[in-house]
Design a protein around this ligand. Structure first.
Ligand code: IPM
Ligand code: MG
Length: 351
């Protein structure tokens, strides 16, 4: 048995229910892969604000820094919504983890299953063949630049350094080398200075990867092309906020944001794994949420941080099989609840 440590942050809203189902499925494939996972559960987000007055305590951050991986549900909810800059917000926990763990590359794969093509708001023929990966820069840009408010004036700053762009571009080119060898860099170089540097640096990194085709498109055009011809993208690399927006848009190509996993990686093998959907406070506690995005995030964790790629493959295959056989939660127009989906996956994994 190989032993690994994972910090679990179920968070708020539907976070705890989807995480619980995912852990059930992971336990099965991990045991078969001779992997003993010690799960250490901690508070982060709104639940941590309630308990400690802050979304991320120093102790929890330290536990995450010491772990092999961090597995997260979702954070936030109307209870903690505020525009008062002096009050704590759940999202600060997530941003604190990203910067505290140095997780500069966020990977969000989008590959709609044929069985779900009719669940997408796009027509079948548009979606056919779509298999893309958004590589979003995660610790720079306007999310982390200087900001402030003075009376009736407020500002946020978008800043990037060459080094920050280089390292995320590297991740994108390396991913493309294992896929269809194409990188599309998204920026707003016709307006923003930080985008002009972005374009210059990505072009430089591209010269080190002569086998990979590189093109640059403006973010407004990218938003349009994502719904017009999604299948033509392979790897999309972009800065923090553009990536936030485009990855939600890309998620809808699959028909539901309830299916999208993500991995946030830094320089080592440790990483943070979470579904792209949020805490969905409107359905929290009803047992309706779809745990599949969380199960798929766990698969990414097994692959990228826990060195158990076969276990990852099995989780992904089980989700695909369940969907192909018609398992549908409410986000996909069906009736199965959170535990029913979890039961189905456990059954398909042979338990
Ligand atoms: C995401 C979320 C976060 C982000 C929020 C919750 C801060 O939308 O992970 O995409 O904007 O990065
Ligand atoms: Mg987002």
């Amino acid at each position: 048995m190989r032993e690994v440590n994972v910090v679990v942050l179920p968070g708020d809203g539907i976070g705890p229910e989807v995480v619980a189902e995912a852990i059930r499925a992971v336990e099965i494939v991990a045991a078969d892969a001779e992997l003993a996972i010690t799960w250490r559960e901690e508070l982060m987000g709104g639940c941590s604000i309630d308990a400690h007055g802050t979304a991320l305590t120093d102790d929890v951050l330290a536990a995450c820094q010491a772990a092999d991986a961090v597995f997260l549900g979702a954070v936030g909810g109307p209870k903690w919504d505020t525009t008062d800059p002096a009050k704590p917000r759940p999202e600060q926990g997530l941003l604190g983890l990203r910067s505290g763990l140095g997780l500069f590359a966020n990977l969000r794969p989008v590959k709609p299953l044929e069985a779900l093509w009719d669940a997408s708001p796009l027509r079948r023929e548009r979606i056919a063949g779509t298999d893309l990966l958004v590589v979003r820069e995660l610790t720079g840009g306007i999310y982390f630049g200087a900001r402030g408010r003075e009376g009736d004036r407020a500002f946020d700053t978008c800043e990037y350094t060459r080094g920050e762009i280089e390292r995320v571009a590297e991740v994108a080119f390396e991913a493309a080398a294992r896929r269809r060898a194409k990188v599309t860099s998204v920026d707003k170089a016709n307006v923003l200075e930080s985008s002009r540097l972005w374009r210059e640096v990505v072009t430089d990194i591209g010269t080190r990867h002569p086998g990979i085709a590189l093109d640059h498109i403006l973010v407004d055009n990218a938003a349009m092309q994502l719904v017009n011809r999604p299948s033509e993208f392979d790897v999309i690399v972009t800065e923090n906020m553009f990536g936030d927006i485009l990855s939600d848009e890309a998620a809808m190509i699959t028909g539901s944001i309830g299916l999208l996993p993500s991995a946030s990686l830094g320089t080592g093998t440790a990483g943070l794994y979470e579904p792209v959907h949020g805490s969905a406070p409107d359905i929290a506690g009803k047992g309706w949420s779809n745990p599949m995005a969380t199960v798929l995030s766990a698969a990414m964790m097994l692959r990228y941080s826990l060195e158990a790629p076969e276990a990852a493959d099995r989780l992904e295959a089980a989700v695909a099989q369940a969907l192909n056989e018609g398992a549908r939660s409410r986000d996909l127009g069906g009736e199965l609840g959170t535990t029913a989906i979890g039961d189905r996956l456990v059954e398909l994994l042979g338990r």
